[in-house]
Design a binder for this molecule. Structure first.
Ligand code: ACM
Length: 515
């Protein structure tokens, strides 16, 4: 009886020692230590053992990292890093193997994404080491979840292209692969449209209570550049155009798509707004045009149409709502489903897949639709049981606009707080009982809503270090996670994700950003 117990203790001790010696975030899933070190204190070389054009791009990033680290890279060094894009493709899409021996490091992947992730692990090993010697080991790694997302609301407060690029940099370092870009909401429309210019002339700007003007938008050229930047980091951008609710900025620009003819201002207050899109031929034409323009900008397969928080009052009370309902023999509460159905038809005609927030499950959408479960995991669990693909982003674990600490001032605004250990404990499969439903859980995502995040310093404070915890929840198998060990590894990489002076110390949970 006692034997398994001792074996267990030995295995746990072994796992902890092994993890402590490997200062990588998210923790790789399989690490085997061996003896010796790869010594690059004098010089080293980078070679592509087998690869394609994409592998050359990955190797350029490796060379740039080594140059920043002031490593002497020469040809014909006895110490070589090889990139090996597998011919036989035995590894899965994002998996990699990183084999470190005294004179040779080999990163193997079936795809360039795999090579990129192996390279990120190597970067962190090099970053944590001060002697230019890294311990020999063999890592075999693959993500626990295929969808590892990060979201940013740029409507409530606008953040320019440089901030988005920094965001993507950090995501790449943490092996996160989907950037959910919340581009439109009541408080501002953020994408240039050639066909509907008032969306940015009027809809991208609001007058704040103090009389100042807030706003901005991304030009189509900027968006193309950001999409390319994301691609180089193996990140797919999922744009979100939130309809039919959260649409005041559209209605401020084009009142004809709302429920009343009156012109409105882009709101400078937050919370759920009553102004929503009203169904009509003109509104559906507008949405089809916008999808045409935006899907051309974003080559990824997925498109988020929002669909959350839709108060039906205006559909029920306005002349436009009543007229449409009578003409189509519909009740106004069926309009929500109609919007989702139209968007789904348009997107699927463009070979794109629709994602929507949990509320759209109530509209009984087509099976191909992906549900993003945000209030809790209930909608996600139900959706998975019904056969939908699901992304879990329950707000109490995943909303990084929630405070990391708790004081009275914040209690008035937020329903809860989200400390680092809670973010770390997130598991998208929690509460999903059946194996069939578990297979439908695509992954999880951190969300950052910016009603009360006005500057990049606060944005950064809200993200770190919780995003690192999120990356581990999504990459590392649940059985391999250990919070105490995570905190240690976090400290060993604290200057890596952002500049040291900008990163709030991990143990200062009550840190406040300097205004
Ligand atoms: C949401 O937080 N309204 C998706």
């Amino acid at each position: 009886m006692k034997k398994p117990f001792f074996v267990l203790i030995f295995l746990c001790a072994f796992c902890i020692i092994r993890a402590q010696q490997t200062p990588v975030l998210p923790l790789p899933n399989d690490i085997i230590r061996s003896t010796g070190v790869f010594d690059y204190s004098k010089e080293m070389e980078v070679k592509i053992m087998r690869g394609d054009e994409g592998t050359k791009q990955v190797s350029k990033q490796l060379l740039a990292f080594l140059s920043a680290k002031k490593v002497n890279v020469i040809s014909s060094s006895p110490n070589t890093v090889y990139l090996n894009l597998q011919k036989e493709k035995t590894l899965t899409t994002e998996a990699y193997e990183l084999n470190i021996t005294p004179h040779q490091i080999t990163i193997t992947g079936a795809t360039n994404a795999g090579l990129f992730y192996g390279m990120q692990t190597l970067f962190q090993l090099m970053n944590a080491d001060t002697s230019k010697q890294i311990a020999c080991m063999q890592i075999k790694d693959a993500p626990a979840f295929a969808y590892r997302g990060m979201h940013l609301d740029v409507s409530r407060h606008f953040f320019g292209p440089d901030v988005i690029k920094q965001y993507l940099d950090v995501m790449g370092k943490l092996k996160l692969n989907y950037f959910h870009w919340h581009l439109t909401d009541d408080q501002g429309w953020r994408i240039e449209s050639k066909k509907y210019p008032r969306l940015t002339e009027k809809g991208a700007w609001r007058t704040e209570k103090d009389g100042s003007r807030h706003g901005g938008y991304y030009t189509q050229e900027e968006i193309k550049e950001i999409v390319q930047y994301a691609k180089e980091r193996f990140i797919t951008i999922i744009p979100e155009i939130d309809i039919p609710g959260h649409s005041s900025a559209i209605i401020a620009a084009y009142p004809e798509f709302g429920c009343y003819p009156d012109s409105i201002q882009v709101p400078n207050t937050f919370g759920i707004k009553e102004n929503i899109l009203c169904p009509s031929d003109a509104t559906f034409r507008f949405l089809a045009d916008i999808l045409e323009e935006t899907t051309n900008l974003f080559p990824g397969r997925y498109f988020h149409i929002g669909g959350d928080e839709v108060p039906t009052k205006q559909w029920e009370q306005s002349e436009r709502g009543k007229t449409y309902a009578a003409a189509h023999n519909l009740k106004p509460d069926a309009f929500h489903a109609l919007f989702i159905e139209r968007m789904q038809e348009t997107l699927s005609s463009k070979n794109k897949d629709l994602i929507g927030w949990g509320e759209i499950l109530e509209t009984s959408p087509a099976k191909e639709i992906t549900i993003m479960s945000w209030r809790n995991t209930k909608a996600g669990t139900e959706a998975a049981e019904k056969g939908h693909r699901v992304i879990m982003t329950p707000r109490t674990f995943c909303y990084f606009d929630y405070p990391q600490d708790w004081d009275d001032e914040k209690k008035g605004i937020y329903m809860t707080y989200l400390p680092l250990d809670k973010a770390y404990s997130f598991n998208p499969l929690d509460k999903i009982k059946s194996k069939e439903a578990q297979k439908k859980i695509w992954g999880g995502q951190a969300c950052v809503w910016t009603e009360f995040i006005e500057d990049t310093e606060t944005l950064q404070y809200q993200i770190f270090p919780r995003l690192v915890a999120m990356s581990e929840s999504l990459w590392t198998n649940n059985s391999g996670k250990n919070y105490a060990d995570f905190e240690k590894r976090l400290k060993s990489q604290k200057n890596y994700f952002v500049k040291e002076k900008e990163l709030p110390p991990v143990d200062l949970i009550r840190f406040k950003p300097q205004k």
